[in-house]
Ligand binder design. Structure first.
Ligand code: AMP
Ligand code: ZN
Length: 676
């Protein structure tokens, strides 16, 4: 056997083992033997990089870092589903569709898996890309992360179609979820709230090796053919694939996908009802979360005739199971202080299992809610879990109210700083007005400032902010810019390297665009979109700070509430001082010219490829810098590439290509020093 054949044979073998283990749940070799073979393959691949394959089983462990996920427009839109809640709803639906199609209608019934939807594109049997649903029209490309999910085949088997998209749901089965949480609690971290949100959050992790550690699974439910001329797609021999939804599921299963066996073909709504009745009970035995059933017209011809409304297919309907309710005892009510000073009452419950997770707390929203429910410590309450993370209290079981029960007195003073609370007219919530002296507010504002959508300060996490504030090192976000590594090192879990990263991260935030700074400084009601509008209109923080109410409300989509809040923010002396300091430190407080026109032509006629992860600047900023100076950025290396700017963990295939074509590779420092 040649080396290449050896490598391919090993890949083939490991792929089959992955399939047995993760799709069929039926491993035929031990984990130990699997790892041994994987190591052999890894070594061979390192020795012979010329046989690189992006879909090799060795790449399942992750390692690729994505700073900013690429937005991709779906070739076929990802629709929502219409919901039904009763058998009458389904009868109505059938009456509607029977008017639109001829012939009898059969249905495929499937479970509605509760996770994060994903669209996978395959070409010639290879996984090409994976894109999140996003808004249905466009999503984020998360291929590197998706490849770490072992039940997703990177290469297909059997008579697969030449090009198609397949849709499915990324779920985190209960067993893995609970295990993950156990480990988190052990290292002193908060457990995750529910499998669905954790699954969807996992898709957007920047470090794919972190995703690889999560026991995610992917359940597929829909094959979509790209070529409109051949409605049912064709395999390598030119044969058509399938003509019904049910067949398509069977086909997908034969190509190596995990398609739950629960899917069932029925001849009429009677069969649908049976399916619903069965799963309404049996769903609790499933290893993953479901929130209903999806019923689809089986014939693809009929589906085509029925088509779509603006938001969903006419040929499919979701049937939602009733949310599960449990009753438990309310032990006490505690009060949390948010970054804006808003007080949120929280119900501390006797732990109880609800829809597969242990519930200990529920949100009570505000004083009115408490009054409306007439809820008291010691009460037995009904708790329900809808789509939200924190479960809701639906009602009190008054029959079980203890005799000595006392009605709930809402707190009058801040639980953190003891300041008297205020409640303004029209506000549902109470606020702690001690803006500058109340710890959770101070910490919360800085935490908001550093988040990804705001200043995206790498190397600084929410917990560290708490430590910094409590250590008296910072009191507001401007103080961040005066931190030194020496001050930070003594903090818990800090070392020289991490302290340095933190300081570098803070330094890099000075490049963040004005519109994001405006969002980061945390003016109440000024979210990302509003911040963009204000930045565009006013161009600088000074202009904004000097704007009058009348002036502000004249800006498109800025209402009185936002305008007042802006005025309020800048009328505070403390805020003005903080903003002045940000200005002195070099934070972007006006729209930079560079974002409007090209700054220079320094890099004219030069073409760059940017690869890897960078320290002092993000990949996007680097690209923008090149373009702002007249250079070209391209995504793949060719003879025309002038330089490759490489950060940490440059892709291995790029490295090989660069060597072959003898394109110089430069570091970010070299680039910044020599070119900019
Ligand atoms: P909704 O978000 O409530 O409009 O429901 C649509 C979503 O249900 C889709 O985006 C899918 O992610 C999800 N879903 C889960 N299971 C299925 C299934 N068997 N068929 C179709 N969609 C499903
Ligand atoms: Zn307070």
């Amino acid at each position: 056997m040649t080396i290449e054949e050896q490598i391919n044979a090993l890949r083939e073998e490991l792929r089959a083992h992955n399939y047995n283990y993760y799709v069929l749940d039926n491993p035929i070799i031990s984990d130990y033997d699997f790892d041994k073979k994987l190591k052999v393959l890894q070594t061979l691949e390192e020795q012979y990089p010329e046989f690189y394959d992006a879909n090799s089983p060795t790449l399942r462990v992750g390692g690729e870092i994505t700073k900013n996920f690429k937005t991709v427009v779906h070739e076929h839109r990802m629709y929502s589903l219409d919901n039904s809640y009763s058998k009458e709803d389904l009868l109505d639906w059938e009456t509607r569709i029977k008017k639109l199609v001829d012939g009898e209608i059969k249905y495929t019934c499937e479970l509605k898996y509760d996770g994060a939807s994903i669209s996978l594109t395959y070409e010639k049997g290879n996984l090409l890309k994976a894109v999140t649903r996003g808004d249905g029209v466009q999503g984020d490309e998360v291929t590197a992360n998706i490849k770490t999910i072992k039940s997703i085949p990177l290469k297909l088997k059997g008579d697969y179609l030449q090009k198609f998209d397949i849709r499915g749901e990324i779920v985190l089965p209960f067993e893995g979820f609970n295990k993950m949480n156990k480990e988190r609690v052990e290292i002193g971290e908060e457990p995750y709230k529910n499998p669905r949100n954790t699954a969807s959050g996992s898709l957007k992790l920047q470090d794919s090796s972190e995703v690889a550690k999560r026991p995610l699974d992917c359940l597929l439910y829909s094959v979509i053919i790209s070529n409109n001329n051949s409605p049912f797609g064709r395999n390598a021999e030119g044969k058509v694939g399938f003509q019904t939804q049910f067949e398509s599921l069977e086909k997908a299963r034969s190509w190596g996908f995990k398609v739950p066996k629960a899917a069932q073909l029925v001849n009429s709504l009677e069969g649908v009802f049976e399916f619903i009745n069965y799963w309404d009970v049996k769903r609790y035995d499933l290893p993953f979360e479901t929130d209903g059933v999806v019923i689809k017209v089986n014939s693809l011809f009929q589906q085509e005739e029925l088509g779509y409304t603006a938001k969903s297919p006419r040929w499919a309907m979701a049937y939602k199971f009733k949310a599960e309710q449990v009753s438990t005892v309310l032990n006490s009510i505690s009060y949390q202080v948010g970054r804006t000073g808003a007080i949120t009452p929280v119900a501390n419950l006797e732990p109880v299992e609800l829809a597969g997770t242990i519930v200990k707390r529920a949100s009570l929203h505000n004083a009115d809610q408490i009054e409306k429910l007439d809820i008291r410590a010691g009460d037995t309450v009904f708790v329900e879990k809808g789509g939200e993370i924190i479960p809701k209290i639906i009602t009190v079981d008054f029959k079980k109210r203890p005799e000595n029960s006392q009605s709930t007195q809402y707190i009058t003073h801040c639980p953190e700083c003891k300041t008297e609370l205020v409640r303004q007219e029209g506000d549902a919530k109470h606020y702690c007005p001690n803006f500058y002296g109340c710890n959770p507010q101070i910490i919360g504002r800085i935490q908001h400032y550093i988040t990804r959508k705001a200043m995206d300060i790498e190397g600084l996490g929410g917990e560290t902010v708490g430590l910094l504030v409590n250590a008296g090192l910072i009191n507001n976000y401007a103080d961040l810019y005066e931190l030194t590594a020496v001050q930070v090192i003594p903090l818990e879990r800090m070392a020289e390297k991490s302290a340095e990263n933190l300081i570098n991260g803070i330094e890099a935030s000075k490049q963040i665009l004005f519109e994001r700074v405006l969002y980061a400084i945390g003016i109440r009601y000024v979210g990302e979109t509003v911040a963009k509008k204000l930045a565009k209109h006013y161009k600088s923080i000074d202009n904004l700070a000097n704007a009058s109410i009348d002036d502000l409300v004249n800006v498109d989509e800025i209402g009185e509430k936002i305008a007042e809040s802006v005025i309020n923010f800048f009328s505070s002396n403390e805020n003005r001082i903080i903003i002045d300091r940000l200005k002195q430190f070099g934070v972007q407080l006006e729209v930079s010219e560079g974002s409007l026109t090209n700054q220079t032509e320094k890099l004219k006629n030069l073409s760059f490829v940017v690869s890897g992860v960078f320290n002092s600047i993000s990949r996007d900023e680097l690209k923008k810098m090149i373009e702002d100076n007249g250079g070209k950025v391209s995504s793949s290396i060719s003879k025309r590439t002038s330089y490759i700017v490489a950060g940490d963990r440059m892709g291995p295939s790029k490295k090989i290509k660069a060597d072959q074509l003898q394109i110089p590779i430069i570091s970010e420092e070299e680039f910044l020093n020599s070119f900019i």
